[in-house]
Design a protein around this ligand. Sequence first.
Ligand code: NAD
Length: 281
Amino acid sequence: MTTKKKTKPSGSGRLAGRVAWISGATSGIGEAAAELFAREGAKVAIVGRRRELGQAIARRINRTAPGAAIALACDVSRERDVKASIAATVKRFGRLDILVNNAGMVEIGDLHTYTEAQWDRVMGVNVKSMFFAFKHAFPHLRKAKRGYVVNVGSISSFVGQARTPVYTTTKHAILGLTRSIALDYAAHGVRCNCVCPGITETPMLWEHLNVRPDPKAALAERLQRVPMGVSLSPLDVAKSIRYFSCEDSAGITGTSLTIDCGYLTAAEWQCTGPTLFQENV
Ligand SMILES: NC(=O)c1ccc[n+]([C@@H]2O[C@H](COP(=O)([O-])OP(=O)(O)OC[C@H]3O[C@@H](n4cnc5c(N)ncnc54)[C@H](O)[C@@H]3O)[C@@H](O)[C@H]2O)c1
């Protein structure tokens, strides 16, 4: 019996021929975006601090998806790391079309207890990183004649959430940065938009729920506040990131897309019973 060699599917997706740099792509939303982009034919740099995790994801993508992937170790709060990871992406894949600024972190606490180092760390990872990435990606985005920048905000870009003052500040700042880039670089063929997720089941969310005595009950309690009654998957959010990373969103720049199952629609909300979104259909 002859064994048939498994071949990778060929790439003719929405992102065929495009090269994307995605930060925080070793888990959660960033990982889902890397997988989705590669399924759509993109070549993807998986950028994050955890090299082994990134390499495992890249191997999986290179085995199964029409696109391709490399893993690059990078602390996004350090300019030289960001610069090197962008240079390595262009060296490996020959160009850069899409920048996804997704890496982020939260510090829970009351503002008066923060140290300057804690404040700087969250600012560095969540906002300054976007400045570094744009600065070093821009020459390549301009060269590509069409550049797509997608910044990941949050529902905390619009409202405050308890005991996350620096996180909330950074996520509001991301909207301002998104608009500034959109304005100043439109002439260079660059569009810049922001995706603002609500409750998404990723390691970041579970890290917070896991400190509660009953994490599943804590999630259910939070979802009482959500009209659709459900959480988002990382893939749900990745699809919005893809939307802003190609011509599906032609003509849109400087805007934000809230993807939150209705969370911000009402000032107050209490689910009174199950919703159809909670049924697996
Ligand atoms: N999960 C949610 O409910 C939710 C809601 C709104 C917004 N977000 C945003 O989505 C983005 C992705 O988060 P996620 O939910 O997928 O969680 P996650 O923890 O899985 O992903 C965050 C990623 O950022 C990486 N990261 C953190 N600091 C870094 C650094 N210095 N250098 C490089 N990488 C670094 C982490 O290693 C991780 O891979 C974040 O910007 C987060 O604020 C998440």
